[in-house]
Design a protein around this ligand. Structure first.
Ligand code: LLP
Length: 432
């Protein structure tokens, strides 16, 4: 009935998340409100790392991609599950540092890291830095020398796989701002240089082929491409690459039609490919890293809004306006992303109409979605938008000087605030 398994209806006919009444949550914390179900986050992490143990002999690490949803409490939860973290800016890294996250389990990404970011990453001793380009390698060398450190690095490789089509294709894909190209020889030249660097240690290779991918075949193909490059490095440079990071990108269910494969199947298939390729190429099994973001945070979250205006435009559409919108969820205006919504205080009723849910920003495109099946919604009703845990809070803005919503975690039938709602004074805190 609902897109996420942790949603249900209680005897009052209200939507519940992780067993907690969403209408009660709005009374306690107000709207708009991000709600995250801690158990869903923990279960997803466990399914990934248990599968890594089962299918890859525990020779790997799951690094949650914190760009999907980051705050100190999320970092603490990931750490308590024994998993690692992918960070992509000094801000995400700082959040992890302040949360007491074990630095050796962090991979630091970014296609254009600043010196400040590299210096900070070296200072706090992140597990590895994923170097994106040759100038970054040179800058990192200088920084490491100055700090008398020898950071472990991976190279980000463009494996030439485009997973964002119906049937994935292998293309030139040189036209990407991320990473070193394989087919031009750029990646090999960079590896040749890095193996001779004194102040960094080339430990692994990384690729990430896209996001919200349902097929497993492109992940398998990416693993093959990467391993054949590792074999070339071994045979031509006599250098053993020890780590293989296959990125994230596993699709989730936003609407009923989405049919993601279980994470277990992904890890089973990809592990088989890595093992078979290593056997046939005569390589040692690399330590494997994966970086799921959306699949950990997305299904755990919902956003709760209060309905304000209802506007019926005969023969055209009905707008249901809520007290949030593109400032807390910019994914429809950016990507036309689909979501499922429920009137939380009428969750037991049939969805009787199709509506456009609009936000409150001064912009026509500020919509949560169009043609969305919904129970009849009137002013004062509560709307829950489902599967908003990833890339909503993390991509939120203060457009129109709106205050960012609070984030609440639910667990064991209880709720707790983990990010406070912004105040009006927060809005002007840097104004002079
Ligand atoms: N690793 C790397 C290097 C990445 O660039 C990403 C996502 C991930 C891991 C995590 O991918 P995931 O498992 O979450 O698909 N804002 C967009 C998504 C951008 C994804 C960017 N990179 C959205 O809202 O759909």
């Amino acid at each position: 009935m609902f897109v996420s398994e942790n949603l249900s209806v209680n005897s009052a006919g209200h939507l519940t998340v992780g067993g907690v009444d969403t209408v009660e949550l709005t009374k306690e914390y107000g709207t708009p409100l991000y709600v995250m179900d801690e158990q869903v986050v923990r279960n997803s992490l466990r399914r990934f790392h248990d599968s890594m143990n089962k299918y890859y002999g525990g020779m790997g690490e799951v690094h949650y991609a914190s760009k999907a949803f980051s705050c100190m409490e999320m970092c603490r939860i990931v750490a308590s599950e024994g998993d690692g973290l992918d960070v992509v800016s000094i801000g995400e890294l700082y959040t992890a540092v302040k949360a007491g996250f074990p630095m050796e389990k962090i991979g630091f990404h970014g296609n254009n890291k600043t010196d400040e970011e590299l210096e900070y990453a070296v200072k706090v001793g992140v597990g590895h830095i994923i170097v994106d380009n040759i100038s970054e390698l040179h800058r990192l060398e200088r920084i490491a020398e100055k700090k008398n450190a020898q950071p472990r690095i991976m190279f980000r490789i463009k494996p030439g796989i485009d997973a964002h089509t119906h049937d994935f294709v292998k293309t030139g894909q040189i036209d990407s701002k991320f990473g070193f190209a394989l087919e031009t020889g750029e990646a090999f030249e960079a590896v040749k240089e890095a193996v001779n660097c004194k102040n960094v240690r080339l430990f692994g290779l990384h690729c990430h082929i896209g996001s919200q991918i349902f097929d497993i075949a492109p992940f398998e193909e990416a693993a093959r491409v990467m391993l054949s490059f590792i074999a070339k490095i071994k045979s031509e440079l006599n250098y053993e690459i020890e780590g293989l990071n296959l990125g994230g990108g596993f699709g989730i269910r936003y609407v009923a039609e989405n049919d993601p494969k279980p994470f277990e199947v992904y890890l089973e298939k990809v592990s088989e490919v890595v093992k078979a390729e290593c056997a046939s190429l005569g390589l040692k099994l690399p330590k494997m890293f994966i970086e799921p973001g959306r699949s950990i945070a997305g299904p755990a979250g919902i956003t709760l809004y209060t309905v304000g205006a209802r506007k019926e435009i005969p023969n055209i559409r009905t707008y249901i306006s809520v007290d949030g919108g593109m400032a807390d969820n910019p994914r429809y205006i950016l990507y036309g992303s689909e979501y499922d919504a429920v009137v939380a205080n009428k969750a037991g009723e049939e969805k009787s109409e199709k509506v456009t849910i609009a936000g409150k920003c001064c912009e026509s495109g500020d919509l949560i979605g169009e043609n969305m099946p919904l129970q009849h919604a009137d002013s004062g009703d509560i709307i829950a938008v489902c599967a908003t845990g990833a890339y909503n809070y993390s991509m939120s803005s203060n457009y129109n000087r709106l205050q960012k919503p609070a984030v609440v975690f639910v667990n064991d039938g209880k709720s707790r605030i983990v990010v406070k709602r912004e105040t009006l004074d927060d809005i002007i805190r840097n104004d002079i």
